[in-house]
Design a protein around this ligand. Structure first.
Ligand SMILES: Cc1cc2nc3c(=O)[nH]c(=O)nc-3n(C[C@H](O)[C@H](O)[C@H](O)COP(=O)(O)O)c2cc1C
Length: 369
């Protein structure tokens, strides 16, 4: 798949997730097979450019090309300025967020709330495309609510405005993270435009990626929550797409080495205190589906320094290595959307999003953190 001048090495994308896909995690996912990564969203309000969080979100040192930065906001002029600001700091692709249901974003009529205002979508897309000489992409949901799935109209507007790729999360804004993803609208979007389309939502296993690619005709799939604590899902999925067979889980020794390297990069990025605090969620996810994970997480909460945290990780993996060669995952405890059965994943969902809540759901708290 191509985005402007960039030819991506494969069709697997790690989703932008505020509070999760920071630079260390994006680099790790790329290393483990993701062909493309998009940054956590950066606010378009210039008063927020100089906060500590924004500074970290605009630090792309060592990140493999193309560096894609997502911007969020509802004012075309401010979005254009944010795009220029981020291109000046290394962004090679600008992604516009119209997919976020979080109150913090939607109350400002940004994120997925914009989908209800097609003229404003057109104005934002055109302003950002005019502002920068790098490719601009757009991430949307299927519409504002199940009664108004206007993703096809939005996709046509985006293409006319010069947007060069489109990601579609197969839920409406009103659905938040509730209910099964609906892939038919993504397929309709793919048929309606000639720019690349990336299908997103509940891709939690290699078979699901393959089925979603086949069902939607999309150029790529984007994986979000299933990569939390399982960044090797990208190489597992690549292997499955190429061979139809499953890679075994990583060995305990390899997982330990990857996690320790992730921690080193994470601590260097955030510093000691913030590094320890923000590493806890990743460590929780890494061990969520593993034996002894509960005791590990209790010990992790008591660890107050990077050295303490590394020592707890070391003890946990010593015990695991004494018993197992490969990570002994309990599949029922995967940190993943849960729809592993293909029938469920591809079930068209035309209801009112009230069937069930997926795990790992996002209420926007990560933005406020
Ligand atoms: C913790 C979290 C943070 C997220 N932050 C963003 C964000 O900053 N920008 C965005 O466009 N989507 C964001 N999303 C939505 C994801 O990019 C993705 O569309 C969604 O999780 C569905 O994919 P999945 O089922 O593979 O997780 C976030 C999701 C989660 C769980």
């Amino acid at each position: 798949m191509r985005i402007g001048p960039y030819s991506l090495p494969n069709n697997l994308v790690v989703a932008p997730m505020a509070g999760v896909t920071d630079r260390p995690f994006r680099v790790l996912c790329r290393r483990l097979g993701a062909g493309y990564a998009v940054s956590e969203m950066v606010a378009s309000n210039p008063r927020l450019f100089d906060t500590g969080k924004s500074r970290l979100r605009t630090d792309h040192a060592g990140e493999p090309a193309p560096v894609a930065v997502q911007i969020a906001g509802a004012d075309p002029a401010l979005m254009a300025e944010a795009a220029r600001y981020n291109v000046a700091r290394g962004a090679q692709i600008i992604d516009i967020n119209m997919g976020c249901p979080a109150k913090k974003v939607c109350n400002a009529a940004a994120g997925s709330a914009l989908l209800a205002n097609e003229p404003l979508v057109a104005a934002i897309a055109a302003a950002v495309v005019r502002a920068v000489d790098v490719p601009v992409t757009l991430k949307i949901r299927t519409g504002p609510h199940p009664g108004a799935r206007n993703a096809v109209a939005i996709a046509r507007i985006a293409e006319s405005a010069g947007i060069q790729a489109l990601t579609v999360h197969g839920r409406t804004r009103a659905c938040a993270f509730v209910g099964a993803v609906e892939y038919d609208t993504i397929a309709a979007v793919k048929r309606a435009v000639s720019i690349p389309v990336i299908a997103n939502g509940d891709v939690g296993a290699p078979e699901v990626a393959q089925a979603v690619l086949a069902h939607t005709g999309a150029d790529a799939v984007m994986i979000g929550r299933a990569a939390q604590g399982r960044p090797w899902i990208f190489r597992e999925t690549l292997h499955y797409l190429a061979t139809g067979t499953h890679l075994p889980p990583p060995t305990v020794a390899e997982a330990r080495a990857l996690i320790v390297e992730h921690l080193a990069d994470h601590y260097a990025f955030y510093g000691e205190a913030a590094g320890v605090r923000t590493a806890r969620k990743h460590l929780g996810w890494y061990t969520e589906a593993l034996a002894g994970g509960d005791a590990f997480r209790r010990a992790m909460c008591a660890a107050q320094t990077t050295d303490d945290q590394l020592a707890v990780v070391g003890r946990y993996f010593d015990v695991l290595a004494a018993r197992f060669h490969r990570l002994p995952y309990d599949p029922s405890r995967y940190r993943a959307p849960g729809q592993f059965a293909l029938g469920t994943a591809l079930r068209a969902h035309h209801g009112d999003c009230s069937t069930h809540t997926t795990n790992g759901q996002w209420d926007g708290e990560a933005l406020a953190a």
